[in-house]
Write a protein that binds this ligand. Structure first.
Ligand code: HPA
Ligand code: ZN
Length: 337
């Protein structure tokens, strides 16, 4: 039986490596948690909130995203949010997922660090017990805040170290270059964390280079603007630096005008370790498979591209050698059908 390309990308085994768990909070859950916690929202209805999701750039999204996260107060809230995402991920044949979380968005409102991590972690543990899904947490520093605040956050994270796989950098990119966080990333590296950073989403290709050279990150989140710099593109291919690309996000935040103009196939055909991810699925119009289907519909995606994307997602994951080989064998078996 030959599957259509759409069925193929939906059914193939895959990993997700760029999902902000707070960005999986659907308007329905935002309203339910607001009611449960007695939090006032500036939107009269679910429909009014959803109607506000007409973004013009990264900052216009971030303002609404941080407002949405204000309903999260208890460990159960973080559990419920994460559980809802993991059910969607499981339905999309995601076998492994690495979740970003933004502790500063919560600790600034008086929510304890442990409440955040314990709630998310418990949902990951349940998903592993029920479906064998693997995953981990990547703690992001908000780059619009100071280096000092990042160091304080790292301090708060240390008691939960065993639950944190890596460190990332997100929020407003322009005007907040990687070098602002060079020292705190150096400390995180000493502590043995994996390192990633958002770079080259809205910011220039130079931020991709400084994320690699000054922060020593292992993957670049987004990175799509690397095509502005052919030398950098060659370097990314040669050093096999994974890019966690988020197609629907790029359209919603106007990084590209239309999906037909997205450069993901250029990157893939140039040999870069590109992966597909959902970023903030509740805000950008879709989860993992919605992103893959949108690509198939807009671009001349071939079967070999799909297989490469699935293989890249596991190759780029922060998992041990044996698990990686097991997942890659599952991809190969799937495509051998
Ligand atoms: N970019 C930067 N910060 C973010 C994003 C993003 O796409 N999503 C959530 N925080
Ligand atoms: Zn992101």
């Amino acid at each position: 039986m030959t599957l259509s390309l759409i069925e193929l990308v939906k059914n193939m085994p895959k990993a997700e490596l760029h999902i902000h768990i707070e960005g999986s909070l659907e308007p329905e859950l935002i309203f339910a948690l607001a009611q449960r916690n007695g939090v006032e929202l500036n939107y009269p209805s679910i429909e009014a909130l959803r109607a506000a999701y007409a973004f013009t750039n990264l900052q216009s999204f971030l303002d609404i995203y941080y407002a949405g996260a204000s309903v999260l107060l208890t460990e159960q809230d973080f559990y419920d949010m994460t559980r809802a995402y993991l059910e969607r991920a499981h339905a999309d044949n995601i076998l492994h997922t690495e979740l970003f979380f933004d502790p500063q968005t919560h600790t600034a409102r008086g929510v304890e660090f442990g409440v955040v991590v314990n709630g998310i972690q418990r949902a990951l543990r349940d998903a592993h017990a029920e479906w064998g899904m693997t995953g981990g947490l990547i703690m992001c520093f908000l780059r619009h805040l100071s280096e000092e605040e990042a160091f304080l956050t790292l301090e708060q994270a240390l008691p939960y170290r065993e639950h944190i796989l890596g460190i990332g950098l997100d929020s407003s990119e322009r005007g907040h270059p990687p070098e602002k966080f060079a020292r705190v990333f150096a400390r995180c590296k000493e502590l043995g964390f994996h390192l990633v950073a958002h770079a080259g989403e809205e910011g220039p290709p130079a931020y991709i280079e400084t994320a690699l050279d000054l922060l020593q990150v292992e993957r670049i989140d987004h990175g799509v603007r690397c095509t502005d710099d052919p030398v950098l593109m060659q370097r990314l291919a040669l050093q096999a630096i994974p890019l966690t690309v988020c197609p629907l996000s790029n359209i919603k935040l106007c990084v590209f005008e239309t999906m037909a103009q997205h450069n993901i196939l250029t990157l893939l055909d140039a040999g870069l370790v590109v992966t597909v991810n959902s970023d903030d699925p509740a805000y950008f119009g879709g989860y993992m498979n919605d992103n893959l289907v949108a690509l198939v519909k807009a671009l001349p995606v071939q079967r070999h591209h799909a297989r490469q994307l699935a293989r890249n997602s596991f190759n780029a994951a922060f998992i041990d050698h044996n698990l990686k080989q097991k997942y890659l064998a599952q991809v190969d078996a799937f495509f051998a059908q």
